[in-house]
Every structure is written in C-alpha cells, then in structure tokens.
Design a binder for this molecule. Sequence first.
Ligand code: NAD
Length: 328
Amino acid sequence: MTKRVLVTGGAGFIGSHYVRTLLGPQGPGDVSVTVLDKLTYAGNPANLDVVRSHPGFTFVQGDICDDGVVTPLMAEHDQVVHFAAESHVDRSIDGGAEFVRTNVLGTHTLVNAAHRAGIGTFVHISTDEVYGSIDEGSWPETDPLRPNSPYASAKASSDLIALSYHRTHGLDVRVTRCSNNYGPHHFPEKAIPLFVTQLLDGRTVPLYGDGSNVRDWLHVDDHVQGIELVRTRGRAGEIYNIGGGTELSNKELVGMLLDACGADWDSSVVHVEDRKGHDRRYSVNCAKIGEELGYAPRVDFHQGLLRTVQWYRDNRAWWEPLKERAAL
Ligand code: NAD
C-alpha cells in the first residue's frame, strides 16, 4: 500500500536529495511525498524542480512551528521524515534564538501533532554534533550528549523531545545522527560548497585555526540510503548513527579541494581565527546500523568529491545567485 510521507525541510540540501531519491527511478515506488518547508534562506524551490510534476509530489510552504499548518497535514499522512532545521553552526554562534525556535519548538510542534494524529513512523534527522567532541575512538548511540554550539544544543534538545514522545506516548520515533554531509545542492555557506565555489572563481578560502579539526565525511547518497533503512526497517525508540567512513582534517580536505579545482595552497588559503568553541573531532560508531539494518557507505570519498566539484562547475546558475544574496 502507498505510504504518504510528510518530509519537513524538503527544499534544503539533504531533504531535497531524499525527496528526489524517493520519487526517482531508484525509489521504493510505494510512497507519495508532501514537502513542508518554510523556504528560509536555505530552502530553494529549484532543488525540487525534477519532482515537481511527479503525481505523488505535493509542496506546502509553511512553518513547522505553526500548529495550524502542521495538524491538518498530519491527518493526511502515514509517516514523517523531519529534516527542517536551522543548520549552520556559525550562524548559531552569531545568534541562537532562531535555532531554539525552529529546532526545539518546531520539533515539539511536529511530534505533538504526530502523536495526536496517530502517525505510524516519525524519523527525526539529527547530527553527530550532539555528542560534543571526541579526541579518540567513536561514539556509540548510548554515549551521553555533550553538545557545544547553540546549533548542536538545539539539535540535542530536539532529539530528547522527539524521544520523549516515544517513551511517554508510544509514538514510533526513530532518530538518526549523521556526520558531515557533502554532495550537490549544498548551500554555498557550508565548508565544501563554499571552498569549491570560491576556488572555481579563483578566490581565496578561509581555513579555521591550524586546520587540524577532524570531520567524518558522508556522501548525501549514503545518508539517504541510511535514512531509508531506518524508515523502512528501523525500530521504534531507537537511535542510529550514520557515518561515511572517511575522516579528514580540514587541512587535508582543503588540499584535496585545491587539487580538484587546480588551485595552489599559497595563493588560495587564508588562515582565519578559529571558530569559537570549535569541536576538535567528531566520530560516530556505525556498528549498530550496519549490523541491524545492513548499512554500509558505498560512495568512495575521492570519487564523490570529484563528482561534487563537477556539479558545482556545471551548475553556476544554481549557486551564483545564492552567494550574491547571502553576500558570501
Ligand atoms: P538546510 O539548511 O540545507 O535545509 C533546511 C531546510 O529546512 C530548508 O529548506 C529550510 O527552508 C527549512 N526550514 C528551516 N526552518 C524551517 C521552519 N521553521 N519550518 C519549515 N521549514 C524550515 O539543512 P540540511 O543540511 O539539508 O540539513 C537537514 C537536516 O540534517 C537538519 O536537521 C540538520 O540538522 C541535519 N544534519 C545536517 C548535516 C549536514 O552536513 N548538512 C549533518 C548532520 C545533520
């Protein structure tokens, strides 16, 4: 039977990739999708152009904090995949109020309405940043939450709110915590698309501190694969880490991007003051989703990065206006 899936934040980077995959030729074939998106600066209707005429696609512009929008939508859906969030750490350092509003209040509005409507499954998309920073080893899902930035703290709060609706009301909530995503349609304020678009224009790229902060990189195709496993086969009340298996220091990443864009270090890299409270290293242990649901990242990082750079080369019309509007 066709499942009616409500996707919040589906006009953003990862949400739109998820919707394009779900309704594309590799999709499950038994779903219809409604995107609920406020279209903030990060939401882009063009990300959904390829699915706009799909018979199973509907778009609703609205705010996840608005119960008057959310409640009637819940009544028409079987499942929710919740991506909508304020997602940029640097913006949360400049001001966290919108992060608390959208990520915490918005998530509460959704789970509360989902519970009242009897939604079958609610997948809450979270981040490895809720665990804090780790010098060695990797976090299993059972590790305590020690978020550092206002962004990560608001996401951690939203995880707890969502999970509380499972424990208190029995709502089938499943939480995913992924590492840093990369791929096409990524808003050009984030590290990889910012660096690539700067280098393609012969401009400089900023490197925080000494460049030794370490991140795990996850291709957005692999993230979507993990989310689908959790949506279709995960267990209620459980948390699943999703990683890409490629840990790099920012310095190593910049070196690879310089090679891919044909630029050199001395004329392209500008060292800037470190981000306040900059987490040293993130590393998720993905054994649970691997053993329980058969998840393994499939995209080779080098190939995925080259494809991503090529996408930005080929799609200037997508990112140039965004950079201009955001004064990047
Ligand atoms: P994004 O910023 O590209 O997109 C967010 C989307 O949410 C936008 O379309 C925006 O318009 C929408 N939105 C924001 N506030 C809204 C509101 N109040 N009501 C309705 N819609 C609203 O984000 P992304 O990178 O695609 O991230 C998606 C999710 O994945 C987020 O929850 C984020 O925390 C999580 N995540 C992202 C990464 C990453 O590397 N990008 C890593 C870990 C976790």
